[in-house]
Design a protein around this ligand. Sequence first.
Ligand SMILES: [Fe+2]
Length: 243
Amino acid sequence: MDKSYVKGGRNKLSKTTYKVKKPDPKKNLSFEKPPQEIFRNRNQHAFDLTKEQMGGAHNIADFLNECGNVIANTPINIDEKKMLSLLQIKYRWQKDWIHVLNHCGMVNEDFFELNGGYMNYIMWKRYYDMGFTTLMFNILDLTEDLRELNEKLRPIRGSNTVANFYFSKGTETRRPSFDKHTHDYNVIVKPIYGRVHWKINGEDFIADPEKNPNNVIVVPAYTEHQVIASTEPKLSLTINLTA
Ligand SMILES: [Fe+2]
């Protein structure tokens, strides 16, 4: 069940006319989408509420600002050569820790050893060389710079931080990333190298870390976003801040 059914939403819920329907035994209810007004309940991970609306105990905008400053001002020095070297650490890359996104937007995992469960670098590299994007999950332990970022965020967040890499050689013809989507948590993206064309909330935005090394992309919860084009070697770090 989507968390937005359960948490928060006192104000919005009371204003809606949502009624609990009798379960239809023919339907698998867990796959049903909630009504749009409930699905988009912004109180759960509210980004743009006033201080009064937040009850005064916590201000998510201040929190994101504080995290954003740390993320923007902590340099992450990794180039393509270093990435390819990290991917050859045989026992780091198990199933569910690394995906390739195929042209239809599906997860491809057919570069793992049949018996061992670890990635076969040569098999993975074929997809990289074809321009498909690789997702690497929970990678803030990988290098000294990344570990430092995790430590700087720890006293602000009160926990480890989950961050993922989007890594690609660039493509003119293949899918660069996911289709336009939203999620119910706030994300900050730190471009590390490579120019990438984003569309966020309908607006075009070019991320160019060489020109603007301290720029980060803030994707507030429920904001539509998508990578439109990624034609050169690129690496970006996606940091989930309220998930
Ligand atoms: Fe996203």
